[in-house]
Design a protein around this ligand. Sequence first.
Ligand code: ARG
Length: 720
Amino acid sequence: MKKLLLSVILISTMLVSRADEGMWLPMLLGKQVYENMVKRGLKLTKEQLYSINKASLKDAIIIFGRGCTGEIVSDQGLIFTNHHCGYDAIAKASSVDHNYLRDGFYAFNKDQELQTDLTVQFLVRIDDVTAEVEAGLKGLSWADRTKKMQEVYKSITDKVADKENGVSGRIYSMFKDNQYIMYVYKTYKDIRLVGTPPESVGKFGGDTDNWEWPRHTGDFSVFRVYAAKDGKPTEFNKANVPLKPKHFLPVSIKGIKDGDYAMIYGYPGGTNRYETSYGIKLKNEIENPSLVGLRDMRLKYMHEQMIKDPAVKLKLASDYAGIANYWKFFDGETKQLIKFNTYGQKQQFENEFTTWAKGKPDYENIFTEYEKNYAAWTPYAKHRQYLREGILGSPLSAFAASMLSLETVLTKAGATAEEIKKAVAAVDEARTGFLKSEDMPSDKNILAAVAKSFYTDIDKSQHPEKIFDKIGAFGDLNDEATYKKWAQDVFARTMIFDDAKWKAFSDAPTAMVLQDDPAYDFAISFVKNYNAKYMPLFTAFNNKNNELGHAYLKGIMERNPAAAAKMYPDANFSMRVSYGNVKSYKPKDAIFCDYVTTAKGIMEKYVPGDYEFDLPAKEVELLKKKDFGPYMDKNRNDLVVAFITTNDITGGNSGSPVIDGNGQLIGLAFDGNYEALSHKIAFDKDLNRTICVDVRYVLWCIDKLGGAKNLIDEIKPVTK
Ligand code: ARG
């Protein structure tokens, strides 16, 4: 009997184990998907999901920093986000003596909280401004539209801007310029670090486990938003007070089970679900492999130095993590696109579209035009990647290239002394920042390697003039040693590392001295060559693609108006909501993946002293004792660490709240799974999963591992 019951459950859960595509606009939830949400387990009203008059879930969700999501979890402005979202701020707050990145940190009272340079943004409301934007662009050609766009946007956002109250508008193009929507935000600037687990917990599994399930990472960190006494946003000031939010998410430690409702509010950064077969081909054959190869090289040289010295590790850690994250992503993306034959599927869809479009002048030639456009740009696509990810992947080279603005002023006829002074001051300040973050040993190797790669891999007809002759003075250009000698010379002679030379230059700046600088000369040769010959081609390619994309999407919607009413726009870092369920899956034949991971699995992965799989001694001790407190999962008799859901998210959603049917926080989304890494282009209903850290593990880390009972008291976890 028991067995039968089990198999019935198994079949019924398998029937609903498909993932849920859709990044829905919050103000359209009621119209587009509310009924389905309720069917799946939502218990809230439409008004509770999104309202501009009353407090609703959206008021607890923030843009965290420049590219993440966070949520408010107490009535005193306490913020949860991912560890990898707080990473840069944590590294910046750390020193070799107070190494919060390595050892973790908790403020046991508000006075101990640490100032950061972060900002957070609350969403005030959302307006459709399509008519206004279109009125501003009326009658213009596509190229002129593109040129005028920012100006038109500004004329609209200026009307809502209110500096004193931190209010500003941002316009997002939706459905490839078929609709324009303005989000109005309130920005707060006094954000303090409240707590973080040690990196061995917050980044447990490192890049080996990144983008993969099963996962055992405590990917969370804790901040607080402060405001002036009257609640207004303001710069950091000791006298500021914790913000009293309009809404915060209650934190539930009741636990989850397979099939439970789960929704995610947040800021997905970008998808291109209507990418064409041409775009996929270019990506798979040129763009992704170039990026992956060049990043691989840079990461190797950085890692070499980071493992030698904790000071270098702190300096490079945040950049390294960012580069590594999308190195693995783009590698996986192409692998999955090939596995799913996304190229073939898109071709089929495009053929059907073209058949429908026959005789419709607005649409019938879209794909022949795409073909021409891609054919024109493809010969230069590799060059562009090798500039961005190669030449400018050397921090020295990137900084040197940034001085182009100074050269422009120095060579401008009639530039005033005031203008020159300003331009010099700007690069001088940038140089200070650059020197602080610069690690010369790794950068020297990177510079040599990227120069050689460009020489070897990019068609000679596209090389900048003269620069390789100059490198050639150091030996054979096919020889690695030549580039090493040359790089050595650049580092020794550039004024960028030489305070006396730099001072002499900035006291009496001339274009000639700048142009003679070996680091500047190198970087700028590539930049100028690209700007003069290839950037115009890229701009034309882009504009044409956008114009075609606009028509293509318009056609898709016209072809099926009923389906169009239920469409969601591509992600573009505007707030979206995804709904689905907690759900196990089968990543490949004969392999079943459970929907949760537990502390048992942490201990199985633990490798003492390892760069990625080490643990704090205290965590090992507590886990061995099974000291799980109220955070234990009663069904498993273990501490649940992470879980997966069927939600549709992408980068930018990091730190997003995973919310149950009652509006309570059950976890933080922090990753996507490897088997569906093609999700930006095509969502796979069987394999796509969102990876979340269970909020019970978050609280366990804060309470048992970190001893920050003060935060638990503030959060007041919901137990029933
Ligand atoms: N893949 C995660 C995301 O994009 C970031 C994880 C950071 N960890 C790392 N090992 N690089 O949201």
